[in-house]
Write a protein that binds this ligand. Structure first.
Ligand SMILES: Cc1cc2nc3c(=O)[nH]c(=O)nc-3n(C[C@H](O)[C@H](O)[C@H](O)COP(=O)(O)O)c2cc1C
Length: 361
């Protein structure tokens, strides 16, 4: 039986390598040469912004905004940095990250490790303007849930001029002390001060809510209703799950790991993420943009997310598994599918918009 060791180190090493590449003068040029493919069909306007591609990097991979240039050179159209916490935060619990290869999944257990808002601002101040940068914000673990709203505002205010959009992460369920507000009043207590601050600004920054796939369907409807009847601009669905489903091939590994409380991401959550996106899309009657995230690892997965109702998509686990090569293949594959769908639509004008069609090419 394979010895199970945390993959933390390998993944950190990959991050350092990317950070290093993005700092050397030729680094981004090399990444672009290796991974960037023309994909004009992926350009999209959403939230009043022009996205060079609707395929972005999910939160958790560039927590401190040190790899924005490298992500642009790799081919992402947007990057969600964070989660960012107000104060610097290092995991109090021993953090661990496991690759469950047989199920194309990641299991991670740690508190959010953030350099804190001040440092992140220094990192992103002069960011590359060819990529959209979202700031994913979360409270410090030490902040009591009843004071959460103060933390979110402490992040929102100073970051406002540097972020293109914000994601309010209310799915911080990776460490033992879970914090997943589910109740409308609790969520509005966080969002209302952000809406009020934004009202006084000259520039508009879209605010999205990132939700857990572990919410019940009724709770997802509550989130959708918040989007429908408040100034919330969209939803990111979903974060990782605390459930342990979809792990058919990792039973032995899971047994060796024992009871790890963290979040599971990748292939196992694909079905649930699609369900959640479809549910929000149907309830909102397609009137709001949704960022679909969860288990996307191929061009067909992206097409399925679009078909479920997502406007933009994010890749997380697959980037850890396949790096820039995966991003390149997914971009090329989606571009080709959209091109063909457009061609078909032109031949039969009665068909729907190609971005909402399932494609089985
Ligand atoms: C190692 C790791 C760290 C993550 N950190 C964060 C985070 O800080 N904030 C957040 O909102 N989501 C975080 N996520 C969740 C991802 O953004 C994404 O929602 C989730 O992984 C599902 O997408 P995937 O199946 O493509 O990985 C993290 C995921 C992983 C695997």
């Amino acid at each position: 039986m394979r010895y199970v060791a945390s993959d933390d180190f390998t993944i950190r090493l990959k991050r350092w390598r990317t950070q290093l590449l993005s700092r050397i003068p030729m680094g981004n040029f090399i990444l672009r040469k290796l991974y960037s493919v023309p994909a004009p069909k992926l350009e999209l306007e959403a939230f009043g912004m022009k996205f060079p591609s609707f395929i972005g990097l999910a939160a958790g991979y560039d927590r401190n905004g040190t790899m924005i240039g490298a992500m642009e050179a790799t081919g992402f159209g947007f990057v969600e940095i964070g989660s960012i916490t107000p104060q610097p935060q290092h995991s109090q619990t021993k953090s661990s990250l496991y690759k469950l290869d047989g199920d194309h999944a990641l299991l991670y257990y740690s508190e959010i490790e953030s350099a804190g808002v001040e440092q992140v601002i220094k990192n992103i101040k002069h960011h590359n303007k060819h990529i959209i940068v979202g700031c994913n914000i979360a409270k410090n673990s030490a902040t009591a849930p009843e004071n959460a709203a103060i933390d979110y505002l402490r992040l929102f205010r100073p970051l406002y001029q540097y972020a293109d959009y914000f994601t309010v992460n209310i799915a911080c369920n990776t460490a033992e002390a879970t914090y997943v507000p589910r109740d409308r009043d609790e969520i509005m207590a966080i969002l209302t001060p952000l809406f009020e601050f934004r009202r006084g600004q000259n520039q508009y920054r879209p605010i999205l809510l990132k939700i857990s796939p572990d919410l019940t369907d009724e709770e997802i409807d509550v989130m959708t209703d918040i989007m429908l009847d408040t100034p919330l601009d969209g939803i990111v669905a979903c974060a990782g799950t605390t459930g342990r489903y979809g792990l058919e091939n990792s039973k032995a590994t899971m047994h060796l790991l024992g009871r790890i409380p963290g979040a599971l991401c990748g292939e196992p959550i694909k079905r649930r993420a699609l369900e959640v996106v479809r549910r929000i899309h149907e309830r909102a009657k397609g009137t709001y943009p949704i960022i679909g995230c969860g288990g996307i690892s191929t061009a067909d997965d992206v097409m399925a997310m679009l078909e479920a109702g997502a406007t933009l998509v994010q890749i997380g686990t697959e980037y850890i598994y396949g790096g820039g090569k995966s991003v390149r293949d997914i971009r090329a594959g989606v571009n080709e599918r959209l091109r063909k769908a457009e061609q078909r639509a032109a031949q039969s004008p009665a068909t729907e918009s190609p971005k909402n069609q399932e494609n089985n090419d």
